[in-house]
Design a protein around this ligand. Structure first.
Ligand code: ZN
Length: 149
């Protein structure tokens, strides 16, 4: 596959998540955790809702507004982190940061699935904060929870 074909494929995956977001909505259940985060440089906003039980992410949903990069990233992330432990999700966030900075992020046993479609963001440094917004929101949510204990 040529680079431009790959770019087109990635663009299609991103637009699919943007137009048909997975896990869009709120969670109304006891013990849900929520967090809000903004990316003022682009006007992106994301509100993350999660259920974490026994250190595992049972459910994740989001609401948001902004560009296709931030919202498709939120859709992909909520899909990827369900069923992971908090540590696994944080590690994935670390690898994601590496990916959008153009660094090596491949690791055995970590399946990025659709998330890999965002690797082209590395070519557009101004968009890195759009891509990492939902991941940073997740990190903040875990941090808030830890501080509340
Ligand atoms: Zn953005």
């Amino acid at each position: 596959m040529s680079f431009s074909q790959l770019d087109q494929l990635y663009r299609r995956v991103i637009m699919d998540h943007y137009k048909n977001p997975r896990n869009k909505g709120t969670i109304d259940a006891d013990g849900k955790l929520t967090v809000n985060m903004n990316n003022p440089t682009c006007g992106d906003r994301v509100e993350l809702h999660m259920i974490v039980e026994d250190n595992k992410i049972k459910d994740a949903k989001f609401l948001g507004e902004g560009c296709s990069i931030s919202l498709s990233s939120a859709s992909m992330m909520t899909e990827a982190i369900k069923g992971l432990t908090v540590e696994e999700a944080l590690h994935m966030s670390e690898l994601f940061s590496r990916m959008v900075q153009g660094k090596d992020y491949h690791e055995e046993g970590v399946d990025f699935g659709d998330i890999g479609a965002l690797q082209g963001v590395a070519k557009f440094p101004a968009r890195i904060k759009c891509a990492t917004l939902p991941w940073k929101a997740m990190e903040k949510l875990f941090l808030n929870e830890r501080n509340a204990d």
